[in-house]
Design a protein around this ligand. Structure first.
Ligand SMILES: [Zn+2]
Length: 239
């Protein structure tokens, strides 16, 4: 059985009881976890695994096939296979990542709806992120304008829905087509979809806040040209 990915159904779970089903030098595999493994531009979670008589710091989380590998910090003891543990993510960091990730999705929806530009890439750290667009020109004024629209939209407190769509339905959804849902490997069915009501809808594995007001206020800190049709915007959370 692969790791049960509790984080994909409830992003607000900070802690879970689990059993160790694999222990190796690089880390630990649990039967279930609240730790998000690196992917889709969102960094892997950090946190602590505790058990009767020990504890270990998790410095990163990655996918290993269908499993989630909790990568231990150097020198940390690994609990043996079969151990019952309590695993807890560093919640302040993770919640900041959730706010940042939702901000990025809202940004991509606004830039597409109002300027017709598609997103070509993105990456985030807690509280800071960049997003790349297929745009011919970009300016500081453009950055300010987008910032205003983004903050106005976030303040409207749109609900953020996490859903699973049958692949066939996802491939026929115009919003999802725009975000290149067809590039998702064929065996993925159903497809997980994050829908920020009225702003943005895309296939995504990441963790998000429940509604846009929870993101708070976002600043566009930089706009830059990386070449023809390749423009980059950097944002950060205000607090
Ligand atoms: Zn995403």
């Amino acid at each position: 059985m692969p790791t049960d990915d509790l984080y994909s159904r409830d992003a607000y779970l900070a802690t879970a009881e689990a059993d160790v089903i694999g222990a190796m030098e690089e880390g630990v595999v649990l039967d279930r976890t609240v730790f998000y493994p690196r992917g889709g531009g969102q960094p892997g979670d950090t946190g602590t695994i505790r058990w009767d008589g020990g504890e270990a710091r998790v410095g990163d989380t990655v996918k290993r096939g269908a499993d989630v590998l909790h990568v231990l910090e150097p020198g940390q003891p690994a609990p043996p296979t079969g151990t019952a543990v309590t695993a807890e993510v560093d919640w302040a960091r993770r919640h900041r990542l959730m706010r940042t990730h939702t901000a990025l999705h809202a940004l991509s929806g606004i830039v597409f709806t109002d300027y017709g530009a598609r997103v070509t890439g993105g990456n985030m750290e807690p509280g800071v992120a960049r997003m790349d667009f297929e745009l011919d020109s970009i300016s500081q004024e453009f950055g300010r304008e987008v910032e205003e629209k983004l903050n106005a939209a976030l303040a409207e407190d749109h609900p953020v829905h996490v859903g699973l769509l049958p692949r066939r339905q996802a491939l026929a959804d115009p919003d999802l087509i725009r975000t290149k849902v067809n590039l998702i490997p064929e065996q993925v069915d159903p497809i997980r979809v994050i829908d920020i009501e009225g702003i943005d809808k895309q296939a995504d594995g990441g963790t998000h806040v429940r509604s846009t007001a929870e993101v708070g206020t976002v600043r566009v800190v930089k706009t830059e040209s990386k070449g023809r049709g390749f423009k980059r915007m950097r944002i950060e959370l205000q607090d």
